[in-house]
Ligand binder design. Structure first.
Ligand code: B4P
Length: 193
């Protein structure tokens, strides 16, 4: 199996690049953002709980997202590997993911971290907000709150995996095609190792 985390601040291109990476490598895509938005659309109890946090640009509680990922792993025993998109977002989520994979005698192979400046992130998300219908994309204050959450809580995820030599930084500005090729080059190196 090959397990990959696509990491980076909100708007760095995780969702965009994930679609291409799963097509090329046949990985199962697990996006906690997509899973949460699906729960909200279906008006489940979990979705109702998550919505308030997401609308404020805050992270949803760890127990909620860890439970969702545990079920997704259980429901995909045949997967050739997983692409984790937007998860883990806290140190606790990283440790929980490592434990869930270890129970399956698996581990994270690489963390690809997309690097994008804050002004570019805000520009991209406001632009997406014009058409996405996402309540967390329309207000600059909420977007900046999401970026602040990233610096406060999510950058710890990179620190966690850096101690195992698993983090590779990739420039996330430029064309979608060029960024995709840079990500693939890093994956090929790790697969060959
Ligand atoms: P997510 O759904 O993960 O969304 P995101 O971080 O906003 O976006 P992503 O990074 O995937 O978007 P992309 O850059 O591809 O999270 C939403 C919310 O859910 C969080 O704020 C949180 O509340 C909650 N949540 C999710 N997971 C959680 C967890 N594990 N724990 C707790 N809470 C959690 O796209 C952005 C835009 O940039 C697009 O319009 C795209 O077209 C554009 N773009 C992409 N690449 C580009 C390029 N190279 N050049 C120009 N534009 C580009």
């Amino acid at each position: 199996m090959f397990n990959l985390i696509l990491f980076g601040p909100p708007g760095s291109g995780k969702g965009t690049q994930s679609e291409r990476l799963i097509a090329r490598y046949g990985l199962k895509h697990l996006s906690t953002g997509d899973l949460l938005r699906s729960e909200i659309a279906h008006k489940t109890a979990l979705g109702l709980e998550a919505k308030g946090f997401m609308d404020r640009g805050e992270l949803v509680p760890d127990a909620v997202v860890i439970g969702m990922i545990r079920s997704a792993l259980d429901n995909n025993p045949e997967a050739k590997g997983f692409l984790f998109d937007g998860f883990p977002r806290t140190k606790a989520q990283s440790e929980a993911l490592d434990a869930l994979l270890a129970q399956r005698e698996e581990a994270i192979n690489v963390v690809l971290a997309l690097e994008v400046t804050e002004e570019e992130l805000v520009k991209r998300l406001l632009n997406r907000g014009l058409t996405s219908g996402r309540t967390d994309d329309v207000n600059e204050g909420i977007i900046r709150a999401r970026i602040e959450e990233y610096h406060k809580k999510t950058s710890a995820v990179a620190d966690h995996y850096r101690q195992f030599g698993k983090v590779v930084e990739v420039k996330g500005e430029g064309t979608v095609d060029d960024i995709f090729e840079a990500l693939c080059a890093e994956i090929e190196k790790r697969k060959a190792a």
